[in-house]
Design a protein around this ligand. Structure first.
Ligand code: S3P
Length: 437
């Protein structure tokens, strides 16, 4: 017996109704960071009340930023200006959040005081050299634990120098860390990516009045600029929506409307893959929220067929593979994934966790170093481990909707990092019961 939380999830009925998905995690992290560094008061609407994003807000409170919560999903941030943060008296705990830790590493490298970033068990196993190495080339002094893992000790009072660099991995977190450090650096910082990634840092910096040039795959900014407070509306998180998109697609008789979901083109590779598999997903009421494209998604059940996932869309759906692989298990034929080695260094090794979990439910899976093949078939009941990974836990709750028996998922507490209330929302639209233990 462990004292970790688990769910036993049963299959339910066809999924029906209209739902609102909580705020985007990537945008919520960035909104607090930039608002804290701005001159003036910023209002954030739609802030994700998840453990990850709350951890980021708490870190800025520890550094002297006043952050009010007038009501759930709203924050009022009293910015302290680019050089106004105070030295914290303890280590800064990023919880489960890779985005929090990596972006903060860049931001803190430019401060006048020392800081230490720590994280939970999962975050403490995630690679940090990808940010530490280029930041060190900018003049930062950062000590990591053995093997380049957290904790990170960031020395203050360094004079940073802008660099022109090409990233080894397509990573919005690394790009963003360098741009945030670039605000404190002399000269220009130029970040080139092997494949364009989500551009929230760039667009939000611009909204805060920073002059930044960017186009897909390249961003450049000059150091020494100030940020001017602004109001931010956070769109609904596409990565959280993904579980409901796949669930409504695979459960016969379903028709679900997801309201105003963020559709940043660097996030929506899952729609491309699912449509190629035969999914029926309509985009209605297209508009913009806080500069981001949003639309209502109407998802109807459809029979799926396996595909070879195009390698060039992998970075655009990097967080959606757990959901996609459940769709693949429900499809006719094989779905092949390549070029997705980054999945091994997410909140868990997602290729291994999904392969183990799907096999535990009777699905044939072959794993390769950077992907694998899922052979669609009949999901059965069984027991599996989420490895403390929120997205693995939610993906298997979706799988349970097509399984012949109940699915027990161990270690589900981390669902609260990105999607608090997932289980009650799921049951409201037709998922079967979630029994907690
Ligand atoms: C994120 C970038 C991605 C993604 C993560 C959020 C961000 O990580 O997987 O969930 O907010 O910048 P990488 O930069 O490691 O690809």
């Amino acid at each position: 017996m462990t004292n970790k939380q688990h769910w036993t999830v049963s299959s339910g009925t066809a999924l029906r109704g209209e739902i609102d998905i909580p705020g985007d995690k990537s945008v919520s992290h960035r909104s607090v960071m930039l608002a804290a560094l701005a001159d003036g008061v910023s209002h954030i609407d739609g802030f994700l009340e998840g453990e990850d994003t709350r951890a980021t807000a708490a870190i800025f409170s520890q550094m002297g930023v006043r952050i009010e919560t007038p009501s759930a999903s709203r924050r009022v941030v009293h910015g302290v200006g680019i050089d106004g943060l105070h030295a914290p008296t303890t280590s800064l705990d990023c919880g489960n959040a890779g985005t929090g830790m990596r972006l903060l590493t860049g931001l803190l490298a430019g401060q006048g005081f020392d800081t230490t970033l720590i994280g939970d068990e999962s975050l403490s196993r995630r690679p940090m050299r990808r940010v530490v190495d280029p930041l060190s080339r900018m003049g930062a002094r950062i000590e990591s634990g053995s093997g380049g893992l957290p904790p990170l000790r960031i020395g203050g009072g360094r004079r940073l120098q802008g660099i022109d660099t090409t990233l080894q991995v397509a990573s919005a977190q690394v790009k963003s860390a360098l741009l945030l450090a670039g605000l404190y650096a002399r000269g220009e910082t130029v970040v080139r990516e092997p494949h364009p990634t989500r551009d929230y840092t760039e667009s939000m910096l611009r909204a805060f009045g920073v002059e930044i040039d960017y186009s897909p795959g390249i961003a450049r900014l000059r150091g020494g600029q100030r940020l001017c407070a602004t109001d931010i509306t956070v769109p609904a998180d596409f990565s959280s929506a993904a579980f409901f998109i796949v669930a409504a697609t695979v459960v016969p008789g379903s028709e679900l409307l997801l309201r105003a979901v963020g559709l940043n083109p660097r996030r929506t590779g899952l729609l491309v893959a699912l449509r190629a598999m035969g999914a029926d997903i309509l985009e209605e009421n297209r508009s913009a929220q806080g500069g981001e494209p949003v639309a209502d998604l109407r998802v109807r059940h459809a029979a799926l067929r396996g595909i070879e996932v195009p390698v060039d869309i992998v970075p655009d759906m990097i967080d959606e593979f757990p959901a996609l692989l459940v769709a693949a298990a429900c499809a006719q034929g094989a779905t092949v994934v390549r070029g997705a080695g980054e999945l091994r260094v997410k909140e868990s090794d997602r290729l291994a966790a999904m392969a183990m979990g799907l096999r535990a439910l009777g699905i044939e899976v072959e794993e390769t170093p950077d992907g694998g093949t899922v052979h669609g078939g009949q999901l059965m009941g069984g027991t599996l481990d989420s490895h403390g990974d929120h997205r693995i836990a939610m993906a298997f709750a979706v799988a349970a909707q097509r399984a012949t028996g109940a699915v027990s998922i161990d270690d589900v507490a981390n669902v609260a990092t990105s999607f608090p209330g997932f289980d009650s929302l799921a049951q409201r639209v037709g998922f079967g019961a979630f029994t907690r233990a």
